[in-house]
Design a protein. Structure first.
Length: 229
């Protein structure tokens, strides 16, 4: 029995259990961060949550073709080093700095940031793949790249105010510049295009759920902030 067949058996058997675990992680995280006495603990767990999410995605990804491996490395490195350049120059996204909320840093950027870029590109890409397959649509990879970039930027719009409140990062004068969203859209669209033209099996039973949970998590925080202010 090959490693691939073992992974396939495990993922088929434990898909629903793992989906439940993911849901529980994000629901508990959302609640925990709303309780003042628990907030510091759950802030420290934020990076761990992202690492676990990425690990589960990889376990349930069936096709470790070299194209997929290269895509993962490119998404991580581009996402991480763009952030390094952004933090040190203020040119790309605007003037900002990372707080303590996302764990270990290298060059003033949390190591988990590259992982988050990979998660968002991968999950957004699979979402549009499923959308296209379900409605039997055909479009150019450039269009799909733009759709992926737009979806990721929309999620970033939800993330920003919550990230500031949780000390993930801080903007100069507490103002989120428009160029942050423009830069996000351009970079995400380019990586989205690369995802679209990379040939590997783009099916993962956790990907769309994880994308939804991230939206749920940050939208939940936003609603909570609005109700309490």
């Amino acid at each position: 029995m090959t490693i691939h067949s073992i992974r396939q058996i495990l993922t088929e058997k434990y898909t629903k259990t793992t989906q439940f675990i993911l849901i529980l992680m994000y629901v508990v995280g959302l609640i925990g961060l709303q309780v003042p006495m628990l907030t510091p603990i759950f802030q420290e767990l934020s990076a761990f949550n992202l690492w676990v999410s990425a690990g589960l995605l990889l376990i349930f990804h069936q096709d470790f073709h070299k194209n997929f491996i290269i895509l993962g490395i490119v998404c991580y490195l581009v996402g991480y080093w763009i952030e390094v350049i952004g933090v040190h120059t203020g040119v790309i996204f605007g003037v900002y700095q990372y707080g303590a909320g996302l764990g270990t840093k290298l060059f003033n950027v949390p190591l988990v940031i590259g992982t988050n870029w990979f998660i968002l590109v991968y999950c957004s890409g699979i979402f549009w793949e499923k959308f296209r397959e379900y409605f039997k649509l055909s479009w150019h990879p450039i269009i799909q790249g733009i759709l992926i970039g737009t979806l990721m930027t929309s999620l970033d719009y939800l993330i920003e105010p919550v990230a500031i409140a949780l000390d993930f990062w801080q903007w100069e004068n507490n103002i989120i510049p428009i160029r942050n969203y423009v830069a996000w859209w351009i970079i995400a669209s380019i990586l989205g295009y690369y995802f679209s033209v990379s040939r590997f099996d783009k099916h993962n039973p956790l990907a769309i759920l994880l994308l939804f949970l991230q939206c749920f998590f940050f939208a939940g925080h936003t609603i909570s902030f609005l109700l309490n202010n």
